[in-house]
Design a protein around this ligand. Structure first.
Ligand code: TMP
Length: 205
């Protein structure tokens, strides 16, 4: 049974170059004008982020997964859970579904192992809503110069990641996923995301 907190946890997911960071920043600015507390956060963080993204730091897929999961445990314990207990809206850039898309669909690691370790790291705290910015990796990867371990992966890897995200959204039965076509203009993407978020926040009042 997932714990119940007064806050709301909204997750933003998507392939490289989908525009998550820009969208999240705009949404945070808009929500901050309201009365609720808004926290903007992301995974991976800190030193773990440096190690994970550095293409010159060799890591096996298993080591990579362990660093993501350990970082998530700390992230939820130190930032996400306290903010939810405080009644804040938490806007999170990547988490669980990135691990499933990149480490399971992309790298081929065992799904059950990921699911068990991920749920433990989150202390079973569930996301209230997931916005998936869907983009063809061919388009997304052209939006920035590839530099990180993941951006430098093959196009086939990125296609598997995209497929992984779409599969997760497709098999979901909770109605928590909103897929937005991220090839649309920044404004249109923002409007779609805001409409969905306001609907969610209104329902949860
Ligand atoms: P970004 O936050 O700047 O997009 O960079 C994070 C990178 O880490 C991105 O390429 C996706 C990858 N990633 C995983 O492979 N697994 C994960 O669990 C998370 C959170 C991110």
């Amino acid at each position: 049974m997932p714990p119940d907190y007064p806050g709301t946890l909204i997750l933003f997911e998507g392939c490289e170059g989908a525009g998550k960071s820009t969208l999240l920043k705009s949404i945070a600015e808009i929500l901050q004008e309201g009365t609720c507390g808004v926290i903007q956060t992301k995974e991976p963080r800190g030193y773990a982020r440096e190690v994970l993204l550095n293409p010159h730091h060799p890591l096996t897929p298993e080591e990579e997964l362990t660093i993501f999961i350990d970082g998530r445990e700390e992230h939820f314990r130190e930032i996400v859970i306290p903010a939810l207990q405080n009644g804040d809206v938490v806007l999170c850039d990547r988490s669980t579904y990135s691990t499933i898309a990149y480490q399971h669909y992309g790298r081929g690691l065992d799904l059950t192992d990921i699911l068990v370790r991920d749920a433990k790291a989150r202390q079973n705290v569930d996301f209230d809503f997931i916005i998936l910015l869907d983009i063809d990796p061919e388009i997304g990867l052209k939006r920035k110069k590839p530099e990180t371990r993941f951006e430098l992966e093959t196009i086939d890897f990125h296609r598997r990641v995209r497929h992984g995200y779409l599969e997760q959204a497709r098999i979901d039965s909770t109605g928590k996923w909103k897929i937005i076509d991220a090839s649309k203009s920044e404004y249109d993407v923002l409007m779609d995301a805001l409409a969905a978020i306001f609907k969610l926040l209104y329902r949860r009042r």
